[in-house]
Design a protein around this ligand. Structure first.
Ligand SMILES: [Zn+2]
Length: 251
């Protein structure tokens, strides 16, 4: 059960790793070839970049916002079109929505070409029931307060949408992804494939989660290109949706 691997160790080293990864991402200048492949989508220049996109709460929409303030709704929703991407998987949670699966295949192929390393899928779609069990185990082992910083409560996980993928470099636990060759490449290039590194360093007050260089969220290239150009690193900022540092108090 790889999700249990060394979470406490992760907390010790993850900060420096994620900072390094984000520094790489921030200093990447698109090449001429990349610019041709990803034309500037701005219809209105800077105004386009500064105008938040409205979030959607439809779990079937690739741009759905799921965080501690916005659970998957309706509760228990499950995609009906999950597929297995042609990417090596570490376990049984190896399915994604079709667009996310195709994008992950392209990302993995290009990462392999650039680094010589194999990207693997550690965890894709997870049902609300499985998330309930996973979160309960984390609460048992770490306590509820700590568990809430790295594991979503049931009904609040992006993995339930089939649009989130925890990835790893073959031979390295996914919790060490940020310090791998593949992890650095993904931090710099994921946006080109429509993925956001969803829980970046320094954004816990916005996202509600500790840095997770391995958790990729597919939204499509339109949004991620815009975020890259505008220097936005969280979906909450991109959507102008406000921070979601914690769950609402139980009523
Ligand atoms: Zn994840």
């Amino acid at each position: 059960m790889s999700p249990r691997v060394s979470v406490t160790v992760l907390h010790r080293f993850c900060g420096a790793v994620a900072v390094a990864a984000l520094t790489v991402a921030a200093t990447v200048v698109p090449s001429a070839a990349a610019s041709a492949a990803f034309p500037d989508p701005r219809p209105g220049g800077d105004a386009f970049l500064s105008r938040p996109w409205a979030p959607t709460f439809d779990p079937a929409d690739p741009m759905v916002l799921v965080n501690k303030a916005h659970p998957v709704s309706p509760a228990g929703w499950a995609p009906d079109d999950l597929v297995r991407p042609d990417v090596p998987a570490l376990g049984g949670h190896d399915r994604l929505r079709p667009d996310a699966a195709r994008a992950l295949e392209r990302l993995a192929a290009d990462a392999r070409e650039a680094t010589g390393r194999e990207l693997v899928l550690a965890s894709g779609y997870r049902s609300a029931d499985y998330q309930r069990d996973l979160y309960a185990r984390y609460v048992d082992s770490h306590g509820r307060r700590a568990a809430d910083t790295f594991s979503a409560r049931p009904g609040y996980s992006e993995h339930q949408t089939g649009l989130a993928a925890d990835v790893a470099e073959a031979g390295t636990p996914f919790t060490g992804f940020g310090r791998t060759e593949t992890g650095r490449w993904v931090a710099a290039h994921a946006w080109r494939y429509g993925f956001v590194v969803r829980y970046p360093q320094g954004a816990q007050d916005v996202t509600g989660y500790s840095p997770e260089p391995w958790h990729l969220r597919y939204t499509g290239k339109g949004l991620t290109t815009r975020m890259h150009l505008a220097g936005l690193v969280t979906l909450e900022e991109a959507f102008g949706a406000g921070p979601a540092p914690d769950y609402a108090p139980a009523g």
